[in-house]
Ligand binder design. Sequence first.
Ligand code: SF4
Length: 452
Amino acid sequence: MHQDATSSIDPPPVDPPTVGLVSLGCPKALVDSERIVTKLRAEGYRLSPDYAGADVVIVNTCGFLDSAKAESLDAIGEAMEENGRVIVTGCMGVDEAAIRENHPNVLAVTGPQQYEQVVEAVHEAVPPAHNPYLDLVPPQGLRLTPRHYAYLKISEGCNNTCSFCIIPSMRGKLASRPAAKVLYEAERLVAAGVKELLVISQDTSAFGVDLKYAASNWRGREVPARFVDLARELGSLGAWVRLHYVYPYPHVDKVIPLMSEGTVLPYLDIPFQHASPRVLKAMRRPGNIEKTLDRIQAWRRDCPDLAIRSTFITGFPGETEEDFQFLLDWLTEARIDRLGCFKYEPVAGARANELPDPVPDPVKQERWDRLMAHQQAISADRLRGRVGRTLEVLIDSVDDEGAIGRSYADAPEIDGSVFVEAADGLQPGDLVKATITESSEYDLWGEVESRL
Ligand code: SF4
């Protein structure tokens, strides 16, 4: 039977978002407007000839003379009245205070030639529509992780000065992404089937410090660029949210209630690196490190399920046997759930290399062995405590013998696994409830009770 060949390749009807533009001022401003609309058109936005049909209106202002400023303010006022969702750019944008004094509710203000920022503001106000027939890249971007989990980078760089690290000199100071940008990315990932968002950065708890916690608009509400606010909003997306590289700053306490109420996973990856105050000082570590044990106890009191993962370094320059013993004793008290350990390596360019009393390699190794053995016993004990409980398990892989997954306490690649029986028909990415029947030093075994 003849079939219309075109019918199978016609793009589905998409409803493109529309942008209105009011362009004031000189030809330079007009060229700026052209660049902005060219970029937006290339992304699939339509231009609206009137206020009523626009999802958002850009007003490209002129601020050369007082009369031009007055005209710009009038144009912003008109767009606010007629549409209400307005982004201001152009020469008058350098005087944000004057604009906000007259029109406090404009969505964003950017200056002349800030095309990227205007386009970003449009993305935040009305995300671009994805057309699977035209776009080369899926809306969630291309990823190298399995389909059901994804890393979500919330900032670049770092403001700390740890003496063993050269990341700040390589990647620069902390540069956080606006909260709305992170949230739109997370939303796209979840829509594409991601079940677990792994929040990463160099210093997750410092998120937004560089932006002075400025809010950005997501789903019509203002979300401050603040660690706790971001965690809460990410938790509203319906996927597991796992927080990595958190330092024990005092405000981290505020995320614990989100964990006990189930908004984000009760899991904290805190790279403590050491416990001896002397070594931590030489390492120049950030965070409130003096009272860490008290903090851990308080967190566990408020959220008994909290799983803590950490990394440590043995053989840091100047580390004595006494310092090392302090670390072992600290671990006995802290009962960290998951632990990674590195032997100190002098990274070229790191200031720690200039410290006196380097630790000989055999001593580094011997301390590494002792630390791992010490932790193994703690880990085995912690995991034994989960036997008999029913935990949610996210399935990573399935084979003839059953399925391998992870509980809330296990990040992919670095922590342990949950091996489940009664796995018939399970697929990677499935979420099940499993009753834990057995444990070892690092892993758990269980039986599927139900599927979620
Ligand atoms: S080790 Fe210290 S300086 Fe390096 S990235 Fe982490 S917090 Fe920043």
